[in-house]
Design a protein around this ligand. Structure first.
Ligand SMILES: [Zn+2]
Length: 255
């Protein structure tokens, strides 16, 4: 199904925009579609933003999840798995759902995000790429069979299909490579395909990864990374990392 409307994803125009004025397009159960949003919807393994939708009369509804729906294939080489355009739906907290009756199409609202959460998730997403690069360097066989990832506050993990388990030596090398990338405090920047703004690329040093997530600007903000493994049964392993000393930078956000 291809919709003839789309939510404007303002987080791609300005990664530090914490709020915007917009209007309601549709309400469906607990889910609110807005014409524009600053909220990053769950995608690419990254957890969604949380935040609020406020009316001019002071009523505030909290949203606890955001998701993308009705996207379509990018249609440009290099982005086989991503969905572009589509709409972003905001899930209203159960305790605030009685206020949904006030929201009708064209209602003017202000949508804001929890910037501490966003800043932490951006650290996690950049850390996940360093972990993935490090695994790719030492265990390219695992990266060739990547099963999934989850990027959450304070940690990130990948699941891999493997014929050979990760050894303690593998983990040591992966952790050292990831920390070397942190210590070099490399610049991170994002670019968009000239014709398809949702088709985005992460650049760091000479590494390039197609990615629509949110990120920090320097690897040094991540701080020391610790890497662990967990068996998920025969032929499946989870590699996760944590970075308890990360610098969560909220001062760049503005309204
Ligand atoms: Zn990514």
């Amino acid at each position: 199904m291809r919709l003839n409307r789309r939510t404007t994803k303002l987080f791609y125009n300005d990664a530090y925009l914490a709020a915007c004025e917009t209007h309601v397009v549709k309400v469906d159960g607990a889910w609110v579609e807005l014409a524009d949003t600053v909220a990053y919807p769950e995608g690419g393994g990254q957890d969604s933003d949380h935040g609020t939708i406020a009316f001019h009369d002071g009523t505030v509804l909290r949203f606890i999840h955001a998701k993308k729906m009705y996207g379509h294939a990018a249609g440009v080489p290099g982005f086989p798995d991503i969905q572009v355009d589509g709409v972003v739906l905001h899930q209203i907290h159960a305790d605030d759902q009685h206020l949904l009756a006030c929201l009708v199409p064209e209602t003017h609202v202000k949508v804001s995000i929890d910037v501490t959460r966003r800043a932490a998730l951006s650290v996690s997403h950049s850390a996940s790429h360093l972990l993935y690069l490090a695994v790719g360097l030492h265990r390219p066989d695992a990266v060739a069979d990547t099963l999934g990832c989850h990027i959450k506050i304070g940690g990130t993990r990948f699941d891999f299909g493997v014929d050979q388990r990760f050894t303690a030596e593998d983990l040591g090398k992966i952790q050292e490579t990831a920390n070397e990338l942190v210590r070099r405090d490399l610049a991170i920047h994002l670019s968009a395909h000239p014709d398809v703004p949702d088709a985005r690329v992460w650049h760091c040093d000479d590494h390039v990864i197609p990615c629509g997530g949110t990120h920090i600007e320097r690897t040094g903000l991540i701080g020391e990374i610790t890497v662990r493994r967990k068996s998920l049964g025969i032929g499946k392993e989870r590699i996760s990392c944590e970075f308890p000393h990360a610098h969560i930078q909220t001062d760049r956000y503005h309204v």
